[in-house]
Design a protein around this ligand. Structure first.
Ligand code: F6P
Length: 323
């Protein structure tokens, strides 16, 4: 007899979540399972916002940003009562296992359900790329490309006016989007939470750049360090540094996913269903060295940040090629 698998998206949405939902639904139905969509993440699970999904429900989905299952942040799920309601709904619908697509908060929810005997698998979906157990999360590549497009445009006007720009990108407490878009756009400075910065050095670098004939200065600032305007105020303390500020904000979360995110989502969704068939629970899927892997969620959550340190390597590369 096939399984009865629930699927939900939780936390901030990310481009490619839809492609992951599609892969879960299609792989499960292909293998003889029944699939149930749960709207609005854990909140919808506790409230019983659950419907059976057929293969055509996920047609024309891979190219769409956002999540067709909607999402919510639901801190109440950390309480016993929230989990009790969720388990009650799962039992009511005869759902024996759950695929959770989201970030580390979503993983914690999946781990606590696993501890209560519900079979769960997590799929890393967030633009921040800050989830342990994987080198890349669904949505990161698209967010970087969206941000890059905007930064390239800002660069045109920065050059025309010989201006300094501070561009704030998302990433919560991680500097991944900042590092990737900083290198990708040829930014003069990248400011991330993982590395210390010194205002004297930053100003000296801008001045040195001007001496070397640079026509602009682009500073990519990760939101986890401080707000763009705060940073510009600090620059203003040095005479003449009237930096313009652009906060890219939620535009980074939308849009059609890139090929990379669509493929990653398909691989993760496929692997999640395979893991459920193998009887795994309380695990999350990930990618490491181009291989699709799985890790115990609790182990992953105990490890620090994502499972590679290349962001700092990339940061160091930028400081040697951006003068
Ligand atoms: O986790 C994704 C993310 O976009 C972060 O980069 C950002 O800090 C946060 O979510 C914004 O959250 P909200 O959508 O609740 O404003």
């Amino acid at each position: 007899m096939g399984k009865r698998i629930g699927v939900l998206t939780s936390g901030g949405d990310a481009p490619g979540m839809n492609a992951a939902i599609r892969a879960v639904v299609r792989k499960a139905i292909h293998d003889g399972d029944e699939v149930f969509g749960i709207r609005y993440g854990y909140r919808g699970l506790a409230e019983g916002d659950i419907f059976q999904m057929a293969e055509r429900d996920v047609s024309d989905l891979t190219a769409r940003g956002g999540t067709m299952l909607y999402t919510a942040r639901y801190p109440e799920f950390q309480d016993e009562e929230g989990r009790r309601l969720a388990i009650e709904q799962l039992k009511k619908h005869g759902i024996d296992s759950l695929v959770v697509i989201g970030g580390d908060g979503s993983y914690r929810g999946a781990a606590s359900l696993a501890a209560e005997g519900i079979q769960t698998v997590g799929i890393p979906g967030t633009i921040d790329n800050d989830i342990p157990g994987t080198e890349y999360t669904i949505g990161f590549d698209t967010a970087c490309n969206t941000a890059l497009e905007a930064i390239d445009k800002i660069r045109d006007t920065a050059t025309s006016h010989l201006r300094t720009f501070v561009i704030e990108v998302m990433g919560r407490n991680a500097g991944d989007i900042a590092v990737w878009t900083g290198i990708g756009s040829g930014a003069e400075q990248i400011i991330i939470p993982e590395a210390e910065f010194n205002m004297d050095e930053i100003v000296a670098n801008i001045e040195e750049g001007q001496r070397r004939g640079k026509k602009h200065s682009i500073i990519i600032l990760a939101e986890g360090v401080m707000e763009g305007h705060e940073f510009a105020d600090k620059l203003y303390e040095y005479d003449d540094y009237h930096a313009r500020v652009t906060v890219l904000g939620h535009v980074q979360r939308g849009g059609a996913p890139t090929a990379r995110d669509r493929v990653l989502a398909a691989q993760f969704g496929f692997k999640a269903v395979e893991l459920l068939h193998e009887g795994a629970s309380g695990v999350c899927v990930g990618i490491s060295g181009e291989k699709i892997i799985s890790t115990d969620i609790n182990e992953a959550l105990q490890s620090k940040g994502h499972s590679h340190t290349s962001q700092v390597d990339l940061y160091n590369i930028n400081s040697e090629i951006s003068f």
